[in-house]
Write a protein that binds this ligand. Sequence first.
Ligand SMILES: C[S@@+](CC[C@H](N)C(=O)[O-])C[C@H]1O[C@@H](n2cnc3c(N)ncnc32)[C@H](O)[C@@H]1O
Length: 207
Amino acid sequence: MTAPPPTPVDKAASTLQRLARVASARRQRAELEVRLPRNDKLLAPFVTASPQVVDFFASQLCGPDDVVIDLGCGDGRVLRACLERGHALAVYGVDIQPAPLQRARDALQPWADRCNLLQADFFDDAVRALLGQCTICFLFLLPDTLAMLAPLLKRELKPGARVVCSVFKFPDDAWDADSCIEAPAPAVAVEARRLWTYTVRGTKMLS
Ligand SMILES: C[S@@+](CC[C@H](N)C(=O)[O-])C[C@H]1O[C@@H](n2cnc3c(N)ncnc32)[C@H](O)[C@@H]1O
């Protein structure tokens, strides 16, 4: 049996449905633009690492002698977790956005003498100076951003320093991982609790 031809009312209803879908998509895009501040240098939105990743990094991958940097530190929860466990000599956080960074300043206030938080772009000179002092670097950033950061990290971190990427890894042509660890939390999707570890190789030229 063939369907009856659409009546003028059917046609009007389908046009209205199409318009509603377009309006909804526009509204969603507008909301996203409000949430993501307009900043050409902003390479990732502020999204926090999962509690399981934060806990595993701070308790298992960091040690008491480590100097830790979180590039794109957001609200500072990773750095705070390291300090709470006594697993960092000092911590450095860098973020381009003032709002999350202010939250980091508040969260790290009890350890103010052991932390340095910088509102800066990853590629600012001040960040290069911090990287040279660090033994471990935490990154929760997108693969494209990781690819951009790889040369900077290989150049500025000390040989032997470790880099730990949460969820996303460096593209294979940018840096080979030493290991991929799954933070133990069976209820959480495996993609959200993966940590990729890297080591800076080679010797540093004396300038
Ligand atoms: C996915 S969040 C990670 C937050 C935190 N590391 C965590 O794991 O909970 C990425 C952060 O990178 C920051 N960011 C993005 N582009 C940046 C840039 N060019 N320089 C410095 N920070 C940047 C964002 O503001 C955001 O807070």
